[in-house]
Ligand binder design. Structure first.
Ligand code: GCU
Length: 448
């Protein structure tokens, strides 16, 4: 039997076996700390006395009110060069990149920013929770709700079950698919509200004959510091606090997306070599992290990802590194990352966001952002600059970069190469950029 066929049989057997419902996931071990306690523990461990505070996005009278003045935004220090080895020698060939420079950058990002994925992670057993044939906007689809149960025999106090919605057009053939980090049952804040104007991305995807899937990242890893003793991080650590280079939630969410891709490789309705990943805001950061580390993902839509996403850390505009290091967001990152919010500074960081984008090269990546008034926290220009600075790596690998270096007017589509950028008319949403992204992605995903 081929690997794909045997995995398929395994998935079906697991599906038939039944088991826990997704809602029963995430039990709490007795030793749970609050986010503040866990955060403090990490600071003690790193011998950090105090962190610099982040910027305030709300109170314009606050002394640390967020900067939106481009003249004060920089970056005022040199960005690390993705195409220079630590001793200064140039990275001259694709071979230099693949064999030495890329692994070097992966190591730096893992150690200092996102944390390491443990050597041994729990096996996932997928089962079908429910399944129905439906018609969505005129397209006949098979809609499946799947649960990916993690093997927790080594630490039964924590159980984790990945929650996935998978919708594929009926009919033969393996299709491209867009995987979203999001809400399989719809965003909670949209309940009872009218749908936003414009076409729904899911309908646009189906209209192309592609499938879509939505993974709830919080079913992989809760979205708070208190949850670090649970989720896949808590399961692997047996409920104990993280070491400074252990993975944070972004890396754990990306790991979850990788397990979804493993499953999709066993599904006759999906072509796992043509799967794009998408996310907004914190999930936009996760989509970029997924693309950067897992080269099986064929394309990415990274929406309003901001600080910790596509935005240069070294930019003094919008959200700052110090915000990420505070107790409300530090769980996204590795513990080591807190060091750069005191005593070290952002200029000591050996990497920056352009190199995270470069890790996606030469695969197509679309960086999306809303208008500056409604989406200023994410620093659109800082994300554009990072995409420009990733360009040399795309070019080294024979791909095309953005093709422009001057910050484009809002609504300008920059998408002639494998890196794309567009500021849309809306706010903190991928919404208006979906048709542009799908056109861009179809250049790659609709190739046989
Ligand atoms: C906060 C946070 C951002 C994050 C956003 C979100 O605004 O500062 O970094 O992207 O939440 O995910 O909604």
């Amino acid at each position: 039997m081929t690997r794909r066929a045997s995995a398929l049989v395994g998935a079906v057997l697991v599906a038939l076996a039944g088991g826990l419902a997704p809602s029963q996931a995430q039990t709490t071990p007795a030793s749970a700390l609050t986010a503040e306690q866990d955060h403090q523990l990490m600071l003690d461990r790193l011998k950090i006395k105090a962190l610099r505070p982040g910027v305030d996005g709300y109170n314009s009278a606050a002394p640390n009110f967020v900067n939106q003045d481009e003249a004060k935004a920089g970056p005022f220090s040199l960005l690390p060069d993705p195409l220079a080895f630590p001793d200064g020698r140039p990275v001259a060939t694709p071979d230099d990149w693949w064999k030495r420079r890329r692994p070097e950058l992966v190591e730096l990002f893992s150690r200092e920013e996102h944390g390491r994925v443990p050597k041994h992670t729990p096996a996932v057993r997928w089962r079908i929770v429910s399944e129905k044939h439906d018609v969505r906007n005129g397209v006949a689809v098979l809609e499946r709700r799947l649960a990916g149960d993690l093997d927790n025999r080594a630490y039964p106090a924590v159980s984790v079950s990945l929650d996935l919605l998978l919708v594929t057009p009926e009919g033969k053939g393996r299709r491209p698919l867009v995987l979203e980090f999001g809400f399989p049952d719809g965003a909670p804040w949209m309940k009872g509200r009218p749908a936003p104007p414009g076409p729904d991305w899911r309908d646009l995807v189906l209209a192309r004959g592609w499938g879509y899937a939505i993974l709830d990242p919080t079913s992989v890893q809760p979205d708070n510091g208190a949850g670090l003793s649970r989720g896949v991080i808590g399961l692997v650590n047996h409920g104990r606090p993280r070491a400074p280079d252990d993975w944070g939630a972004l890396r754990a969410w990306a790991w979850g997306a990788g397990r979804v891709l493993d499953f999709l490789a066993t599904d006759p309705a999906v072509d796992d070599r043509r799967v794009a990943i998408e996310g907004l805001s914190r999930y936009g950061k996760a989509a970029l992290v997924t693309m950067a580390y897992d080269q099986r993902f064929a394309a990415g839509l990274v929406a309003s990802s901001g600080e910790g996403g596509a935005k240069l850390h070294r930019r003094k505009r919008g959200e700052q590194l110090e915000n990420l290091a505070a107790s409300g967001e530090y769980h996204w990152m590795a513990g080591n990352f807190l060091r750069y919010a005191g005593p070290l500074t952002v200029d000591d960081l050996p990497v920056d966001a352009h190199e995270l984008i470069a890790l996606c090269a030469p695969r197509p990546l679309f960086i999306s952002v809303g208008n500056d008034q409604a989406d200023g926290w994410v620093d659109s220009r800082g994300m554009f600059m990072a995409a420009v600075a990733a360009g040399p790596v795309y070019r080294l690998l024979g791909a095309r970069d953005l093709g422009v270096t001057a910050f484009p007017e809002p609504l300008t589509l920059v998408a002639d190469g494998e890196l794309a950028f567009r500021q849309h008319e809306g706010g903190h949403t991928p919404g208006p950029n979906w048709p542009y992204f799908l056109d861009f992605a179809s250049r790659y995903l609709e190739r046989p």
